[in-house]
Ligand binder design. Structure first.
Ligand SMILES: [Ca+2]
Ligand SMILES: [Ca+2]
Ligand SMILES: [Ca+2]
Ligand SMILES: [Ca+2]
Length: 521
């Protein structure tokens, strides 16, 4: 292995007129880019320091390194275990999107009203420049679309006093380095409830999305993405009665785990064509209509990425499939139906340890639940960044307990859907497949409450600052890291942790969500 050459960013070779060499490097780069070990190591390199990685491997030059040299760089990038750059976006952030610091170290901006725009609105906080952490001093329903256009933002919906935040509109992610936690997006019109493309370093955690008439939740053709602990439910119909789709997923290096996808006719999810490396584990799918999961072609037509991603490698492991009353009988046992647009367009798939309720033979042999022949079997999964993986059956229980916008509390929509999944029932529409939000009673009233006093406006309430020896009348202490564990003081508040207690979050066993416990919900 030590003499193995690794090619990165080979395009300049191709443009140098060295056709033979270019083709060789092209092929080598492709092979190596698909090498699980290399992929894993490069991803770790990104995880520890994405910006440094970019500097070491400038995208316009061709670099040949021995693997030994590369590993040296990687171990150097790993650095001191207590280096703040090494912690994930928050305790419990896992997979490829966990790489981002979000708004760490930036300004704290409080949302003080539920207006669609203007001073004090969520949209105004999104419009601000530079790293920023968005906290909420109000709960309620925000009437209007929200678009994130500027990089480095953390949206901390768990801080909302009262019943929490719902966006009655579409949430568009059009920025890099985005952390979104504990909000709901229940749109009232066309377009994806939550959507975004062509960006990088995004983690969406405990978000409940519903009611779009395109897809409910579509994040694809991005890079370094995690979608975890979300609820993607109750897609609605377009005016012509079509659609009711869950989501298009598929990002170059992405992790999807512990999500609940329920009451959508199809695209549960649809893997985008040319989606790159995707790792899908411990998700719970309930009551799909006429199709569960499909897609994953190798090539995307009109791909705007440079270079385009020319393959799809999809792990689907230890997920729980529970057909419901709307699930068409001929697709009840379907884990996935891989798509292609002809020879040479097959995606690479690996399925294992998935549980298909009512179909013990598919549970025993997952490949029998993968329909058609237009795909390539991966004998083993591509080696993704690990998560705290459970069995499919254990994940079923945990997802029902914790997924979606569970803080400050679940709303009546999510509470109802969780019970329907648990009981194997449906309440509204055509066996749970609905046409409009009115079918399920529309947007529930969300109670607000008084936010705790924060005299210096640094995002940390007076009482909390006093308890931990911070200065309730001095705002600059929010970005320091009193205990040196990598999370700033205000992040410790957002995460419900102790800013005076050092915890080594670079240890996997400590990287768990400090806001949830399995008995709480
Ligand atoms: Ca304060
Ligand atoms: Ca302070
Ligand atoms: Ca800290
Ligand atoms: Ca701490």
């Amino acid at each position: 292995m030590s003499n193995r050459f690794i090619a990165l960013e080979y395009r300049e070779y191709c443009h140098d007129g060295r056709e033979t060499c270019g083709a060789f490097v092209d092929n080598l780069a492709r092979d190596l880019a698909r090498d699980p070990l290399l992929n894993h190591n490069l991803s770790n390199s990104r995880q520890t320091d994405g910006t440094a990685n970019d500097m070491k491997f400038p995208s316009t030059s061709t670099i040949l390194l021995t693997l030994g040299g590369l590993l040296g760089l990687l171990s150097g990038a790993a650095g001191d275990e207590t280096n703040p750059a090494n912690v994930t976006a928050f305790p419990g952030a896992e997979g490829y999107g966990a790489v981002t610091p979000g708004g760490r170290g930036g300004e704290v901006i409080a949302v003080t009203n539920t207006n669609g725009s203007g001073p004090g609105s969520l949209q105004a906080a999104c419009n601000a420049q530079g790293p920023r952490i968005v906290v909420f001093k109000v709960s309620g329903t925000i009437d209007g679309d929200v678009k994130i256009k500027n990089d480095f933002i953390t949206i901390a919906g768990q801080t909302a006093p009262g019943d929490g935040i719902t966006i009655k509109g579409n949430l568009a992610i059009d920025a890099n380095d985005v952390v979104i936690r504990y909000i709901r997006v229940r749109t009232d019109h066309d377009g994806d409830a939550l959507g975004g493309r062509y960006r990088k370093n995004i983690i969406v955690d405990h978000v409940s999305a519903s009611w779009s008439s395109d897809e409910v939740f579509s994040l694809y053709h991005n890079e370094n993405v995690t979608i975890q602990w979300c609820m993607i439910t109750e897609a609605c119909a377009k005016a012509d009665g079509s659609h009711r789709f869950g989501g298009i997923w598929g990002n170059q290096h992405a992790t999807y785990h512990h999500n609940l996808i329920a009451h959508n006719d199809s695209r549960n999810p649809r893997w985008a064509s040319g989606c790159g490396y995707n790792d899908y584990r411990n998700n719970l799918l309930y009551n799909w209509g006429y199709q569960s999961c499909y897609g994953g072609e190798a090539h995307q037509k009109g791909d705007r990425r440079k270079p385009p991603i020319e393959f799809s490698a999809i792990n689907m492991i230890a997920n729980y499939y529970k057909p419901g009353p709307a699930t068409r009988s001929d697709v009840k046992d379907c884990i996935a139906s891989p798509s292609s647009r002809g020879d040479g367009d097959y995606g690479d798939w690996h399925v294992a340890d998935n549980y298909v309720d009512g179909f013990p033979e598919v549970t025993a042999d997952n490949w029998s639940g993968v329909k058609g022949k237009s795909f390539t079997k991966l004998a083993s999964p591509w080696q993704a960044l690990p998560i705290h993986q459970q069995s499919a059956q254990a994940a079923y229980t945990t997802v029902l307990e914790q997924s979606g916008c569970s803080l400050p509390k679940r709303d009546s929509i999510d509470t109802r859907i969780i019970e329907e999944v648990r009981n194997g029932t449906a309440t509204h529409g055509n066996n749970g497949i609905i046409t409009t939000p009115e079918d399920v009673g529309g947007w529930p009233e969300l109670r607000s409450a008084e936010a705790p006093l924060d005299s210096d406006g640094d995002g940390m309430p007076d009482d909390w600052e006093t308890e931990f020896g911070l200065d309730a009348n001095q705002a600059e202490d929010n970005s320091s890291d009193k205990d040196g564990d990598g999370f700033t003081n205000v992040e410790e508040y957002l995460n419900g942790t102790d800013p005076t207690e050092f915890i080594d979050y670079t240890k996997s066993e400590n990287n768990i969500n400090s806001l949830e416990n399995s008995d709480a919900k």
